[in-house]
Write a protein of this length. Sequence first.
Length: 434
Amino acid sequence: MISSHQKRLTIILIILFCASCGGGGGGSSSPPNNNQPVNPEEKQWNSVKLNTISSVGLSQPEVRTIIDSNDNLHIVYYSSVGSREYSIFHQIWDTRTFQQASDKTSIIKIDNCQDLATGVTIENEPIIMYQGGNFPSCGYTETSDIMMKIYEDNQWKEYTVSIGEVERNPIVNDGLVGRSFDMVVDNQNQVHMCFQFFYEGCDTITLKNPDLWYVSLSPDSLDQIPEAVSVEGNDFDNGNIHNKVGYFNSIALTQNNEPMIFYQAELPDTKKGLRVAYWNNPNWEIEWIETNIEVENISAAWNDKNNYMGVAYYITINDLYGGLNHCLKYAEKINDNWQTFLIDESTYCGNYCSLTYDNNGNPLIAYNAEKSRSGYALNYLKLASRTGSIWKTETISDKYNIGHYNTIQVDNNDRIYISSFSKEKNSVYMFVYE
């Protein structure tokens, strides 16, 4: 007969035996995992102050930046060099350390600066596009040519891209090229440039009716002035048609290195708005993206991931009843149709917009928020981004009257760079999301 003591002992042994067995089919149990998964560090925005720019009087610094394939940031801007002397400057910063990779260099002294554009060759040689050269024959104080400087053979060399020459007036050279222009370098080292052309730089009536011109050139053959072609403009010979085109132009390239140029236009039938011209060999095809508006800033970019062209733009005037003005919009061409999106109308915002795409093909737009709808001053740097079909906006910085002359770029590691100018500090800041 089993005693009560023996029964209790037997029960305890059974419990201990069961507790030592593995579950799920009787296999042996695994030792405990003490290496718990570690969540990756959350990305955040960091900022660093770069160049401080001296006053340029009534002109603007026209800051432009671009990152080359060696992760070097090229900064180009207009600044004073002394009493009543002004120059275009260039400097390089290493984006890995944000230490200076070159000294600040005065590229050329000029009296005024209407616009600037910059790029780099596949050898990472910087190119700067500006309005300079000769003055019109009538004595107008604004230089009349499109010029470029390229750093090659350890020195800056200047070349003429286009001159203000009018064939219908061979005696007086009073044309004007410039005012608004842009450039981009393709993966074959070909430089694509667009700019406004004015038939008479001294005629106030003709100055209201510019053309849009385009030129393509190779850095290896710059000894001769390349032939520029008219994309859209006036027709004085057939019907005396006066167009106003090419304002705030932005050029981008498709995957086949074909140029697309976006610009503000107004035609004789008073139709106006955002227009795009694209090269469809052997002609330029032109179409409207949005009408009944006026824009003052445009930024175009090609989406490599999803193979389509996109454009961000800042609307200042909307002629439609109830239409919004001083707002940021975005458009993309899908299946041969332009689709437009209202991104931010919460404040007076959208100026100095800059568009790019991350490595997943999501659009990113840096822009300025000037003031609230009630008139309260803001001067913030903001970022709009889309994931899937959802747009969100965020404030990157609300200090120092920031958000001017923005450029946004993304590297192969999806690190986001935004260069932005502070009017309060007269300085260029770099914001990095990493």
